[in-house]
Design a binder for this molecule. Structure first.
Ligand code: CMP
Length: 149
């Protein structure tokens, strides 16, 4: 077993589009365990830390403006190979490459508003989970149905 945790964020606009439940449902139905969940409006400083690797790129300022423009839903999911599994459910960052059936392929037209963020490696996941969640905000639980997934 390679149990991993991954950080997932539903970006501004997902609440307004009233599709929060639809998106969370995709991760739940896959068999991932939701172990952390909160809503917040991201402060500038947190946005800059979270997206620090993109600092200097031409889209950085617009990315920071967008991600701080309204409330987000921040989550932690746990499961076997959760990091790559969640990336596949989300689809490629560039939405024109995201196939139907993926979240980005089904719900968005523009890369700059690709509606969901998911950690790209176990190392990023650990960093991002710790940026957004305190240890006591994570709730690991055992799944009596795990043999069915
Ligand atoms: P995300 O997975 O949250 O990680 C970085 C984000 O930057 C990405 O999703 C996109 O929303 C955004 N992004 C990446 N590439 C571009 C680009 N070429 N133009 C605009 N935004 C981008």
């Amino acid at each position: 077993m390679n149990t991993q945790r991954s950080f997932v964020m539903l970006k501004p606009g997902v609440l307004q589009r009233r599709i929060v439940g639809d998106i969370i449902s995709r991760f739940e139905k896959k068999g991932l365990n939701l172990v952390g969940l909160k809503m917040l409006t991201i402060p500038q400083s947190l946005a800059q830390s979270h997206y620090g690797e993109h600092s200097g790129k031409d889209f950085f300022q617009s990315l920071i403006s967008y991600i701080t423009a309204g409330p987000v839903v921040a989550m932690v999911f746990e499961g076997e190979s959760a990091v790559p599994v969640i990336r596949k459910l989300c689809g490629p960052t560039r939405v024109e490459e995201a196939p139907p059936g993926t979240i980005r392929g089904d719900y968005t037209m523009h890369t700059a508003k690709n509606i969901v963020h998911a950690s790209d490696s176990p190392e990023s996941a650990e960093k991002e989970v710790n940026l957004f969640f305190r240890p006591e905000e994570i709730f690991s639980w055992t799944d009596g149905n795990s043999m069915w997934f």
